[in-house]
Design a protein around this ligand. Structure first.
Ligand code: HPA
Length: 282
């Protein structure tokens, strides 16, 4: 595993410079309809993503695009409510911009949440899955092009993007709260169309437990910078062909609305344990 690079503070956008005075421990990117945790931030300072020069504009309902900086369960946090996706026409590198900002601010770990279709037959809509690993099936990388040496190496290791200690801390906390937390592999497809039933059968053979259109660019960019990732999927629907129902973004948002509050409480409650469980080698 590569050592954390020392990233020049001048890479922090002007609009977020104040956060350098008391740097956040964690940076979080919240998926479709999963923005609840941002409301739990104490003394929040909100910075619209549009205040950051060249920041990619979001075009999707449920993805507001605002950074919230403050304290969560006693720990300094920066939370991005509303991510951008490559299917909106942005490059993978643009999609991962928030992680580069988090890295420049000095976060010790990153939390990525998403809404995903459930492939594993044990999963039900509303369930949560801690990500153990991912399949990047977009055929693109956020690291294409000149290597940003200040963040990490040309050929970064990805053998442990999601360290087990982080997800175990979350699972332990979930168990105490009586919340079921599956584990599994997340497959990222480019979208924006949902998958066909044949594609879902293929993904199951490939070892995927859940499928979505996000998270992987950010996770890869965090891994490049040596930053541990906790990834959590909220299963918003059974993947195509598993349930007879047609898939819709409205259904995804409705499910996220319900399960998002639980996920927000879990992440806030687990934060002290997560901070303690960070891999020692970093
Ligand atoms: N497929 C892809 N992305 C998704 C899904 C799905 O079934 N549900 C939520 N995001």
């Amino acid at each position: 595993m590569n050592k954390r690079p020392s990233i020049p503070a001048d890479l922090v956008p002007e609009a977020l410079r104040f956060a350098l005075a008391d740097p956040p421990v964690v940076g979080m990117i919240l998926g479709s309809g999963l923005g609840h945790i941002a409301n739990a931030i104490e003394a929040p300072i909100k910075v619209p993503a549009s205040a950051i020069p060249n920041y990619p504009a979001s075009t999707v309902a449920g993805h507001e695009g605002v950074f919230v900086v403050g304290r969560l369960a006693g720990h300094r946090a920066i939370v991005l409510k509303g991510r951008v996706h490559s299917y909106e026409g942005h490059s993978m590198a643009a999609v991962a911009t928030p992680v580069r900002i988090f890295a420049a601010l000095g976060v010790r770990f990153v939390v990525l949440t998403n809404a995903a279709g459930g492939i594993n037959r044990d999963f039900q809509p509303g369930d949560l899955m801690a990500i153990t690993d991912h399949l990047n099936l977009t055929r693109q990388s956020p690291l294409t092009g000149r290597n940003a040496d200040e963040y990490g190496p040309r050929f970064p290791d990805q053998s442990q993007v999601y360290p087990p200690s982080l997800r175990q801390a979350l699972r332990d906390h979930a168990e105490k709260q009586g919340v079921k937390m599956h584990t599994g592999v997340y497959a990222c497809l480019p979208g924006p169309e949902y998958e066909t039933p044949a594609e879902i059968r293929m993904l199951r053979i490939l070892g995927a437990d859940a499928v979505g259109m996000s998270t992987v660019p950010e996770a890869t960019t965090a891994a490049h910078a040596g930053i541990p990732v906790l990834g959590v999927s909220m299963i918003s629907n059974l993947a195509a062909g598993i349930s007879k129902a047609a898939l819709s973004h409205t259904e995804v948002l409705e499910c996220a609305e319900k399960a998002g509050a639980t996920l927000g409480q879990l992440l806030a409650g687990a934060l002290p344990a997560l901070c303690h469980s960070l891999p020692k080698s970093r």
